[in-house]
Design a protein around this ligand. Structure first.
Ligand code: 6PG
Length: 485
């Protein structure tokens, strides 16, 4: 009997997925460019299940049951193409190639089309949950053909995270849909972390709450509607003391946030599908600014932070009830901003579904993120409710009954926090841009009419009128009368 699935690329994510599959009773053929990794895995974990050692892709393919399933877990980009190129010569019609890395969805679309011509299924699978999730149950977002899911789905569902008996894995849509959904997950992940960071900074700078004390605040918040994995681990990071200096670890970590690119892709793709994911994009920019260490140092010397302003702020928020009230305001600002990032993420999914002809089901997508993944949160249950029923889906999550009240309740606090941040010079780019998104959506008239007027003035770009159909131009450099064009 051949192996059920082959895994190539045995760095920690690949190795953990392979072990997860083996632990669930599948026979897993293993391959890595250097066999040392394959051997290390087999030596340490052969008691977990059945592994087949192979030394080349040809041998890997040879060892598999038909239709063959080969899971690639290599660095996104050229390495994926290199493995695919080698595999396609070895596989036969009906076989399935799975890319479980964080590949860009356009590349997945391209690869899927190319392999389909050869009669092969190419399945881009979004996998979230980090190393721990890959081993014990990640959230899995498969794309590719529906046909491929018949053979692959049961396996993936078995190794996925479980939420109240339901697997956090479901086919989300054709070709690159799985990677697209995972990309949006990561964009939301960026925003989730940024709003946590802004709350931390505001509570420290304006209310004098030190990291260890804030660990307690976040722990408390984790019992509210903010309950989520990222809030939970924030307490753990904040209470960690540095062994070397005895200072809070968060104070000795360089304040320059890295990124591998998925958040940036979300922002770019948001622009491409015409969905204004401002909160998500702002979170990406916040990381970029943090990384401009040299420029920040110079600017800090030219415009030093306003010490007097901070003193005033501490006087306002730094003790007793005022501090309590401020902390509660920050919690509400965080929650409202978080809602905006989810609303934008789902709006972008809706736009992409139209653009690429995917049958994305928003309720299902929310269900996949309830366990196993980095953004798992109680909020996702509420989002599922908002998308329940086939008719009357909310145009935007902020308009869902489940959230309109929450937004109204948070709004005064949200405005107070954004105002305080601006008054005392604490950057809160995502809190404020989320509020601006909300205010823009609800505004009856936006200054875009003036933009249109200006565009028409310098470039005859034309405009529409509010009172009659048609397209118009004012002869700005002539007699300034209007013509219909
Ligand atoms: C996950 C994570 C994981 C990884 C991302 C983000 O869902 O398990 O999103 O995929 O952490 O690559 O990484 P960056 O923050 O480095 O962009």
């Amino acid at each position: 009997m051949g192996a059920d699935i082959g895994v190539t690329g045995l760095a920690v994510m690949g190795a953990n997925l392979a072990r997860n599959l083996a632990r669930n009773g599948y026979t897993v053929a293993l391959h890595n460019r250097t066999s040392a990794r394959t051997d290390a895995l087999i030596n340490s974990y052969s008691n977990e299940g059945t592994f087949v050692r192979t030394e080349s892709l040809a041998e890997l393919v040879e060892s598999l049951e038909r239709p063959r399933r080969v899971l690639i877990m290599v660095k996104a980009g050229a390495a994926v193409d290199a493995v695919i190129d080698e595999l396609t010569g070895l596989l036969e019609e009906g076989d399935i190639v799975i890319d479980a890395g964080n590949s860009f969805y356009e590349e997945t679309r391209r690869r899927e089309a190319a392999l389909a011509e050869k009669g092969l299924h190419f399945v881009g699978v979004g996998v979230s949950g980090g190393e721990e999730g890959a081993l014990n149950g990640p959230s899995i977002m498969p794309g590719g053909s529906k046909k491929s899911y018949e053979s692959l789905g049961p396996m993936l569902e078995k190794i996925a995270a479980d939420y109240n008996g339901e697997p956090c894995c479901a086919w989300v849509g054709t070709d690159g849909a799985g990677h697209f959904v995972k990309m949006v997950h990561n964009g939301i992940e960026y925003a989730d972390m940024q709003v946590i960071g802004e709350a931390f900074d505001l509570m420290r700078s304006l209310a004098g709450l030190e990291p260890a004390e804030q660990a307690g605040v976040f722990r408390e918040w984790n019992t509210t509607d903010l309950a989520s994995y990222l809030i939970e681990i924030t307490s753990e990071v904040l209470e960690q003391e540095d062994e070397l200096t005895g200072r809070p670890l968060v104070d000795v970590i360089v304040d320059a946030a890295g990124q591998k690119g998925t958040g940036r892709w979300t922002a770019i793709s948001g622009l491409e599908v015409g969905s204004p994911v401002t909160t998500i994009a702002e979170s990406v920019f916040a990381r970029s600014i943090s990384s401009q260490l040299g420029l920040r140092e110079i600017t800090n010397q030219v415009f030093p932070a306003g010490i007097n302003e901070a003193v005033t702020a501490e006087e306002l928020y730094g003790s007793g009830d005022a501090r309590q009230d401020f902390v509660e305001d920050v919690r509400k600002a965080l929650y409202a901003s978080k809602l905006v990032s989810y609303a934008q993420g789902f709006d972008m999914l809706t736009a992409a579904a139209q653009e690429y002809g995917w049958e994305l089901d928003m309720r299902t997508i929310a269900s996949l993120w309830r366990a196993g993944c980095i953004i798992r949160a109680d909020l996702l249950d509420t989002i599922m409710k908002a998308y329940e029923g086939s008719e009357e889906q909310p145009r935007n999550l902020l308009l869902a009954e489940e959230f309109t009240e929450a937004i109204a309740e948070c709004l005064p606090a949200w405005r107070r926090v954004v105002a305080a941040a601006a008054t005392y010079g604490v950057p809160a780019p995502v809190f404020s841009s989320s509020l601006a998104y909300y205010d823009s959506l609800r505004r009856d008239r936006l200054p875009a009419s003036l933009t249109q007027g200006l565009r028409d003035y310098f470039g005859a770009h034309t405009y529409q009128r509010v009172d009659k159909p048609g397209t118009f131009h004012t002869r700005w450099s002539d007699d300034r009368t209007e013509t219909e064009v």
